[in-house]
Design a protein around this ligand. Sequence first.
Ligand code: FAD
Length: 467
Amino acid sequence: SETVLDAEVLVLGGGPGGYGAAFRAADLGKQVVLVEREPVLGGVCLNVGCIPSKALLHTALVIHEADEMAEHGISFGKPVLDLDKIRASKEGVTKTLNGGLSALAKQRKVTVVHGVGQFASANSLTVQGEAGTTVVNFQQAIIAAGSQPTKIPSFPNDDPRLWDSTGALALSQIPNKLLIVGGGIIGLEMATVYHAFGSQISVVELMDQIIPGCDKDLVTPLFRRIKKQYQNIWLETRVTAIEALPEGLKVSFEGKGAPESELFDAVLVAVGRRPNGKLVGAELAGVEVNEQGFITVDKQQRTNVPHIFAIGDIVGNPMLAHKAVHEGKVAAEVIAGHKASFDALTIPSVAYTDPEIAWMGLTENQAKQQGIDYDKAAFPWAASGRSLSMGRKEGITKILCEKDTGRILGAGMVGPNAGELIAEAVLALEMGADAEDISLTIHPHPTLSETFAFAAEMITGTITDLY
Ligand code: FAD
C-alpha cells in the first residue's frame, strides 16, 4: 500500500536535531512530517548515546563513591550487581523520555512516519516502513539523519565480543578483561562504567594523550586517577589486528610499551563516528555530500539546494547533541522566515568520566597555535573547601583571558561536576565578560562554582596566593 502525505516541512531523522527542528517548525505554524526509521524518537542521543551512558555512569559513580567512603570511616560490602535490573533502570529512563517526545509531537500535530526515508527528488521522499510505503511531498526539508560508529573493516565485526558503543551500552555481560580501542570521550565513559562493574580495563590510544583535543593539564588529573585503576593505558599505540579465537579476542598492537598481542574477553571499538550523508539518497534531491559523508551547509543551515537544510552530526563536528539542537532551531526559524543564523561563539565539550572534564572557547593549545596573547590562571580545587569536603582534591579550573582587554577567551575544568560548571563559562563568553566581571560576581560559598570566580581573581590580581 502507498500513502501520500504533503508537508510544508519534512524532517528526516528523529534525533535531538530532528525532533528539535520539527517541534520548533510546528510551533512557528508549519505543518510538519517527521520521518524516523527506528520505532521510537530520540535518535542516537536518547536511545544509544548521551542518556543511557549517563544513566550507567551515575550507577558507576555511586559504586566508586561508596568504595571511597572507607577513607571517611564508612565501609560498605562489595557491590552485588543485578545486570537485568541495571539494564531495566537504564531503559526506564530512555522509555520515559521516548514517551515524552511522542507526546510533544502529538501536541504539536507533527505527523511522525516510521520507516527508512530516501529522497526521490528535490521535493519528495519515499519512506519504507512496516506499514508499507509512504511518499512525502514537501516544500522544504531538514536532513537530520545523524551518524553511526566508525567500523574498522579488517576487525571481526560480526563477533559478539567486538562492540561498538551501542554494544557496550547493551550491557549483555561484564567481561573480565575489556579493551577499549580509542581514548576519546565515548571510550573513556564506557571504561568508567565497566571498571565500576568489575572489568579489568585496558585502553589503547593512537595519540600521545587521552581525549586528544583537550589541553593536557586538564586531562592529567583524569589520567593519573585511571592509570591507578586500569590495567593498562597504552598511548601512541595502534591496534594492527584482532583475531577471534574461541578463548577470546586476540589483539595485536604496535607502539609504545604495548605487548605484541594480548587476549581480551571483549573489545570496544570507539574510534569515532561517521556521518550518514551517503545513506539518504541525497543525490536524487541534488544535495551535495562530501567524500566523508558530511553535507555542507551555510550559517543558516542551508545546503546547496536552497529549500533543503541539514543539521546535527551529518553537517560536521563536533558531533554533540546540544549543537544539533541549536542548529535545528536555526533551520526551523529560517524556514519560518525569521532572521536566524548559527553564530554560537562556542560549543562546550564534556567528558562525563570521573573526574569529569569540561572545556569551552579557545583551548590553550589553540591560543598558542594562533599566536594569541593571553593571561592564564588555573585554580587548584585542593584549595576549595567544597571539593575537599567531597574527598576530592585533584580538580582544576582554568581560565584564559585576552591580554589587553581581560575578556574571557576560553575555560576548562576538571573535577566532579565539571560538566555542570562549564555552563557559566559559556555564558561569560557569550556575554563578552572579562575577568573582572567574573571576579566581581558573588558566587555562593562553599561551592565548586566559586572556583571559576577564583580563577578570574587570579587573573585580576585579587587572589595572589592560595592561602
Ligand atoms: P542522531 O541522534 O544520530 O539521529 C539521527 C536519526 O536519524 C536517528 O534516529 C536515525 O535512526 C535516523 N535516520 C538516519 N537515517 C535515516 C533514514 N534514512 N530514514 C529515517 N531515519 C533515519 N552528545 C552530547 O552532546 N553529550 C553526550 O553526553 C553524548 N554522549 C554520547 C554517548 C555515546 C555512546 C554516543 C554514541 C554519542 C554521544 N553523544 C553525546 C553524541 C550525540 O548522541 C549526537 O551528537 C547526537 O545524537 C546527534 O544528533 P542528530 O540529531 O544529529 O542525529
